[in-house]
Design a protein around this ligand. Structure first.
Ligand SMILES: Cc1ncc(COP(=O)(O)O)c(C=O)c1O
Length: 394
């Protein structure tokens, strides 16, 4: 149990004043509290310039809708009120607030956080910023292009009881390789039996295998009754990058514990950035409230996945069959196996630099490319350039 002993945060007069004002239905109510401009009708004032987008309603159900996307509509945790959800500054903000909460409010947690490498470059500095210690293990087998599951299990088995494991739920960045469903089940069993806490990062839900399929790991842990932290982003799967809309969900073992956790999260948000931006969450709420829009979203995500997969296979075909790279060192077949937005190419930092310098092709120094940048018109050029760079340096 991690969250059972979390205490309520100190009272915040302005917050409580606002809650009380919002709940007051008296016809004479005059809210002179919270410092936001309202119009003559007493409503939050939407500038005419934004009205063109018809985003005039609030987003009271954003958090509930967002958690349904992660946990599914029939989640027992959701129905039991065991999930403390708050809106955050996209996925990064969710990870930050989640880590801050662990450090400040969870007394019986081991302060080490386990991260499989190679991984998203922000985890280590973000956790270090909060004074949390990061332990690493090998997540990725370069030879096979698959998850080095034995290393993950070894880390789980040797970590002190009550350790936190950061787990990317889908579309692993940068390796593009993810756990199979069987591996998720094994991992969940090993982690729950050792009292470890899963900290899910789900930044690309829907871009891998599908919205529900990409949440398999999270939902499986949930089905075992595991406490967990989930950092959710709508930046990529709804194309709302600039709106910074995300959510943090903390699943506790009881409704009462969840209420205290929520109170702690409220404090942290209040002290860090006061309140979350409304515009993006209103857009998400509108889409998730309208069955037609939701269906459209599913179709669009499927088209995106199909395009990513097509481009991935075309690049592989060019490299392997046209440029005959299957036999060269570097195991190019791993490209074929990836999933999601990324592909991790067996390129050295020097080769990546050469691609940039000589061909204006920008891939991360570790060889990670965002394959949505590939188009019908440039795949051959990219493959040709990679071929030249790899042959001239080997
Ligand atoms: C693995 C991973 N997690 C989290 C994030 C955070 O995304 P955002 O803050 O844009 O929602 C990203 C974005 O690049 C990511 O790649």
């Amino acid at each position: 149990m991690f969250f059972q002993d979390v205490k309520q945060g100190p009272p915040d007069p302005m917050y409580h004043l606002k809650v009380a004002a919002d709940q007051d239905t008296n016809i004479n109510k005059v809210d002179l509290g919270v410092g936001v401009y309202r119009n003559e009708k007493g409503q939050y004032h939407e500038l005419g310039v934004l009205k063109a987008y018809e985003i005039t309603t609030g987003s009271p159900e954003f958090l509930q809708k967002a958690s349904q996307v992660i946990f599914g509509k029939d989640s027992e945790f959701l129905n039991n009120g065991q999930i403390a959800s708050v809106q955050t500054i996209s996925g990064t903000g969710a990870i930050h607030i989640g880590a801050l909460f662990l450090r400040n409010s969870v007394p019986n947690l081991n302060k080490s956080i386990y991260v499989g490498t190679p991984t998203w470059g922000n985890y280590v500095p973000m956790f270090n910023l909060l004074g949390l210690e990061v332990q690493t293990y090998n997540y990725y087998d370069k030879e096979t292009g698959e998850v080095e599951f034995a290393s993950l299990l070894a880390a789980v088995r040797t970590a002190p009881k009550g350790s936190t494991f950061v787990l990317q739920a889908c579309c692993n960045n940068p390796t593009a390789s993810e756990l199979t469903e069987q591996q998720w089940r094994t991992l969940a069993e090993e982690m729950t039996s050792r009292g470890h806490l899963p900290f899910f990062d789900i930044a690309y839900q829907g871009l891998g295998r599908g919205l529900d399929e990409d949440a398999y790991g999270v939902r499986h842990f949930a089905s075992l009754g595991s406490e967990m932290i989930v950092a959710q982003s709508f930046a990529k799967n709804l194309g709302l990058y600039g709106e910074r809309v995300g959510a943090l969900h903390v699943v506790a073992s009881t409704k009462e514990a969840a209420a205290a956790v929520k109170d702690q999260l409220r404090c942290m948000i209040r002290w860090e950035f006061s309140s979350s931006p409304a515009y993006g969450s209103r857009l998400v709420d509108l889409i998730l409230s309208d069955p037609e829009s939701q269906a459209k979203w599913h179709v669009e995500l499927r088209e995106i996945r199909e395009r990513l997969e097509r481009n991935r296979q075309k690049l592989f075909h060019q490299l392997a069959n046209v440029h005959k790279h299957e036999q060269t060192p570097g195991n190019w077949h791993i490209i074929k196996r990836g999933q999601g937005l990324f592909s991790l190419l067996p390129l050295t930092p020097t080769q990546c630099e050469a691609l940039k310098r000589d061909y204006h092709i920008y891939v991360a120094p570790n060889g990670r490319m965002n394959i949505s940048g590939l188009r019908e018109s440039n795949i051959n050029y990219v493959a040709q350039s990679i071929d030249t760079v790899v042959r001239s340096s080997s």
